[in-house]
Design a protein around this ligand. Sequence first.
Ligand SMILES: [Ca+2]
Length: 264
Amino acid sequence: MDDKGRNRALMLASLVLFLLFLQFAYQSLNGDDPSHYSIEVVATYPHSEAAFTQGLVYHDGLFYEGTGRYGRSSLRITEESTGHVIEQVDLPHEYFGEGITILDGLVYQVTWKENTGFVYSVDDLTQVQSFTYSGEGWGLTHDGASLILSNGSSTLSFLDPETFQVMRTVDVNYNDTSVPDLNELEYVDGVVYANVWKTDQIVMIDPVDGAVIGWIDLYGIEEHLDSTEGINVLNGIAYNTETGRLLVTGKLWPNVFEIELVPE
Ligand SMILES: [Ca+2]
């Protein structure tokens, strides 16, 4: 697709998403659907402005973060309160790092167009395995049994974490209209949360049938950043099971925010 075609496709996707959001907001206003949330920032932590965040997980009091871009992709463990990097492994230059998730003592990381994933020990990020899969890799999470992968479309794929075979897929939809551009993921209490690429919105997805059951509106969250110079889009959802709070950041953002959901 040429640039013009791509721009047109992006504009159309944005328009579809906006219309879906309007419909959702209208129904929320009319009390048809209670699962529409705004957010309140309850804590702010430092985050590396050099980290092109593609995957974020909170585990045992630490952040695990996958970063992207060719020649600059990494997997790192950072301290929550300081943002200091405790461990880091860099990906070979030909890989663009994407989503990560932690399951049974292992960190899984996918790559954008390289059809390759990596598996590391959660303790010291020693690489223990690599694997291949079809299509692009964007966000990654798990439901305890399957890895859940997004690829920038409206499809989520459920992969066996040992064979990496696709067990099933769902089309994420709202009122039977597909919701495109699903990016970074986080599985929270039986629901898949997904950043919608290039928006300040997170959709809450029923993993059984792909239905959007909630909508988190993060408009204005950038106002809380220490600086907005050079930042890229919102991307990065983690969940602290102890506090029950979400932690969100963006590509090249100087902060991670601990947020509370406020029902609208
Ligand atoms: Ca995540």
